[in-house]
Design a protein around this ligand. Sequence first.
Ligand code: MTE
Ligand code: MO
Length: 239
Amino acid sequence: MAAARSQSRPIEALGKPIGRRTMLGILGLGALGVVFGQGIQKAISTALKAAGGSGVAEVLPGAGGFVLYTVTGGYPAAPHDYSLKVDGLVDRPLALSVRELEGLPHTALSRTFQCVTGWSVEDVHWVGVRLIDLAQHAGMKDGASAFELASFDGVYTESLTVEQARQSGALVAYSMLGAPLTRDHGGPVRLYVPGMFGYKSIKWLSRITLTDHAGPGFWEVRGYPMNAWIEGHPPASAA
Ligand SMILES: Nc1nc2c(c(=O)[nH]1)N[C@H]1C(S)=C(S)[C@@H](COP(=O)(O)O)O[C@H]1N2
Ligand SMILES: [Mo]
């Protein structure tokens, strides 16, 4: 399909100039058309409507070049008894408060954040616990080969294979841009997947389930490629 073909082309060539143009930055759809074709544009507006969003409030320009996304028409507040669940194929299911998560060995890194619609932000600093480390902390079983990820927005989902989590160094992040993760960016806890398009980086992360199969996430059901590597494959430098 067309998506798979364009996926192998680095999006930077398209993304830089387009991302700076305000209208496209807000709607993101023009650039998306270039990359994935008409079908996905339609899928997006249909999906946003079906999810109950107003259609434009979902994609607001944020600070520092980010475009803030939500498919539920708002930025959900974490329940006051928020905990991050890690369950499924593990020996020790976890329910971690943010403080407990912050107490685990952490990783910090800076990378370009890139949305498939064309905008990107360079040198974004993240701190969090590597997804793979968290899985091991929970006693990931032998048969576990994928992560199913859920958001407390109640709608958004994503998935990642265990191999992709290793290769990317995906972070369960609680700090972004030198400060605790803000609510609009998915606080208190979101995923950040280096080397993959932004849609993999699920916001308002509430549950990580180890499974034996990576199913399609919210956007993947609606046509985004399961292969979200920005260059179509893991960067050569990936672990
Ligand atoms: N829960 C949730 N996570 C999400 C999204 C969303 O709509 N809802 N959008 C994704 C997409 S497409 C992108 S590009 C990034 C955007 O991150 P930002 O809103 O912090 O800019 O979040 C990703 N994670
Ligand atoms: Mo995105």
